[in-house]
Design a protein around this ligand. Structure first.
Ligand code: DXP
Ligand SMILES: NCC(=O)COP(=O)(O)O
Length: 257
């Protein structure tokens, strides 16, 4: 059992993704708003983990942000990264507590789909072993597909994060049939992952409204939430936004236990 995993009857840990603060900063090319200050405030407000994605095109988080996060943050860092040699070298130097390997396409608006673990099995397995040697807890960001979950376990990853984007989009579109279908896929994926001994996390596209049903699932150990949490912060402030997400997570767990 990974020491950072939470027991199944506890609320999932909340990883706050700060990429979207960096996107706002980069819109004007200066240093404000500072994603590292946002990370510090998120932790003060109750974030359990700080998640960030150093994209190969550096569209939001920059290398200097990563260095400052590592130097100043008390909470565990979850470094999202493409499976690229340059990125793996950076991770091995920075040594974040957690790494989440994600797919990346230069032209995408956001992360579309999960990592194809089965299709590049040897590369993923080598990366998992190398990152573990550097003390990182490795997670694979994948679709809730049987093939990808089984391949993740075989590749030696201790953890998976199921991509909730399709569920969240269906929820937001009030497409009940699609929402139920995607929810069922996530539930089945979480159960399969757990049966294979994996820690099972979830994230992407989750809002205050779509989070509770996922948070209530006992197999979810961590939730990684960014865009909607930072968007909500525009109206209520960052610290209150973190507290609001923690509150809906805690309420969902209490209601379903
Ligand atoms: C992998 C993932 O889901 C996050 O990194 C998310 O993608 C962050 O936002 P962007 O997709 O805008 O980089
Ligand atoms: N891995 C998912 C994540 O970090 C947050 O994604 P989003 O809430 O910004 O879509």
């Amino acid at each position: 059992m990974n020491p950072m995993a939470c027991p199944s009857d506890a609320a999932p840990l909340l990883g706050v993704n700060i990429d979207h603060v960096a996107t706002l900063r980069n819109a004007r090319g200066g240093s404000f708003p500072d994603p590292v200050l946002a990370a510090q405030q998120a932790v003060e407000a109750g974030a359990d983990i700080i998640t960030f994605h150093l994209r190969e095109d550096r569209r939001h988080i920059r290398d200097a942000d990563v260095e400052r996060l590592k130097a100043t943050l008390s909470a565990p860092l979850n470094f999202e990264s493409a499976l690229a040699p340059e990125m793996l070298d950076i991770i091995c130097r920075v040594r974040p507590q957690m790494v989440c390997l994600v797919p990346e396409r230069r032209q995408e608006v956001t992360t579309e789909g999960g990592l194809d673990v089965a299709g590049q099995f040897d590369r993923v397995r080598e990366a998992c072993a190398r990152l573990a040697d550097f003390g990182c807890r490795v997670s694979l960001f994948i679709e809730p597909s049987i093939w990808q979950i089984e391949a993740s376990a075989q590749a030696g990853a201790p953890c998976i994060e199921l991509h909730t984007g399709a569920y969240a989009n269906a929820f937001d579109a009030a497409d009940e049939a699609a929402r139920q279908r995607e929810f069922d896929r996530i539930v089945a994926g979480l159960k399969l992952g757990r049966s294979l001994g994996l820690q099972t996390n979830a994230g992407h596209g989750l809002s205050l409204q779509s989070t509770p049903a996922i948070a209530a699932l006992p197999e979810v150990s961590e939730l990684h939430i960014g865009h909607a949490l930072i968007g909500h912060a525009v109206f209520v402030g960052l610290k209150q936004s973190v507290r609001d997400f923690q509150a809906v997570i805690a309420r969902a767990v209490a209601t379903h236990s």
